[in-house]
Ligand binder design. Structure first.
Ligand SMILES: [Zn+2]
Length: 360
């Protein structure tokens, strides 16, 4: 048991509890992996890997991941589907994380300006939930207003920070722009300068936010891209995060060498170990992994298929006989489990790099 994390209980953490974890993460130089989940199988994979490694799970749902959870054709109103999907997925995580005995941070991923009603709907639900249980359904929500200019981004974000902090929910804010394509948001052709946040802008945001609440994290872009691409096509510059920490500390006449900002690293898939360790040293406490998890899941199933190919093309007939049934091979519970095991094997390795094992 890590004594600093004595307050941790199984189940979903509040925004304040998450911040306690993150301040220990900054001090002890570890980051938590945040995984996009889309169904109970992916949620169970993350919980199982957290039990094995004694780490804190960050389970997050994107807008389209939430719609997928409830069923893509549930409603023609996508906002409505996303609200219901996120709530149902969150309720499942609340219940099941207690049984698995794992502390969980429950988060929603990129919400752009046109989908703000999704977060509005969740905050309305959170507010009623808070009145009943004195805690919120979610630990944290992300706003991605990188389409707006910085003033508009900060104004809208400040309004949400006011509402969310009252409900003990953290706000994750995107500053700059993550490249690539995710969840229907295509940033593959944005201008290069947007991929690198100016530390002065981070100070500007920090100054505005800290007057309202400290329940915020910043996804500051330092060349991050969603997806996995050919090496050399991406140039990550984590020193931007170091410069921002330094600038803010000198602005507040704070000259110790501790990081004060909690940074979120988007597009962690495919990144090399050196960059990850460097960014953790500069205050990254949460690293988002989606593409590598998608690939691990698929790769587990692909390997199973290639290994059992002769049992998987017909209902009857395999190397043991022409009338032999193949039910035990094409049963989805069998091959979904291979996908799950493959995710867990991947995470077992990544948690060591993130330095986040044996936390409780
Ligand atoms: Zn992202």
């Amino acid at each position: 048991m890590n004594n600093n994390l004595y307050f941790l209980k199984s189940g979903v953490l509040s925004g304040i509890e998450m911040h306690k974890v993150f301040s220990i993460a900054r001090k002890k130089k570890f980051a938590l992996a945040a995984i996009n989940c889309i169904d109970t199988n992916s949620i169970n994979s993350i919980l199982e890997s957290s039990v094995i490694n004694r780490t804190i799970a960050i389970i997050q749902f994107s807008f389209s991941g939430s719609i997928f959870f409830i069923g893509k054709n549930f409603s023609s109103n996508k906002i409505e589907s996303a609200i219901y999907g996120s709530i149902l997925a969150a309720k499942y995580v609340h219940r099941v994380s207690k049984y698995y005995k794992v502390p969980v941070i429950l988060h929603t991923d990129h919400c752009n300006k046109k989908n703000l009603e999704w977060i509005d709907g969740l905050l309305e639900f959170n507010s009623n939930y808070y009145n009943l249980y004195k805690k919120s359904l979610f630990t944290s929500h992300m706003l991605d207003l990188s389409d707006c200019n910085i003033k508009e981004n900060v104004n809208i974000s400040c309004n949400y920070l006011k509402k969310m902090s009252k409900l003990n929910i953290n706000l994750e804010m995107e500053l700059g722009c993550t490249g690539g394509e995710e969840d229907g948001l295509d940033n593959r052709k944005i201008s290069n300068y947007k991929l690198y946040t100016n530390p002065e802008n981070i100070l500007y945001v920090y100054n505005k936010f800290i007057k309202i609440s400290n329940l915020f994290t910043i996804a500051a872009a330092f060349g991050n891209v969603h997806g996995v691409y050919k090496k050399n096509n991406i140039r990550l510059v984590p020193i931007i995060l170091y410069n921002a920490q330094k600038l803010i500390k000198s602005y507040f006449n704070n000259y110790n060498n501790k990081n004060i900002l909690n940074f979120v690293f988007h597009g962690g898939s495919g990144c090399n170990k050196k960059i990850i360790i460097e960014s953790i040293n500069y205050g990254v406490v949460k690293i988002n992994l989606d593409t590598d998890i998608q690939w691990s899941f698929w790769n587990g199933i692909l390997k199973y298929y290639l290994n059992k190919k002769k049992y998987l093309h017909n209902q009857l007939g395999n190397p043991s006989g022409i009338d032999k049934p193949n039910k035990k091979f094409y049963d989805p519970r069998v091959w979904l489990e291979y996908g799950k095991k493959s995710i867990i094997n991947y995470l077992n390795k990544i948690y060591i790099i993130f330095n986040c094992i044996n936390l409780f």
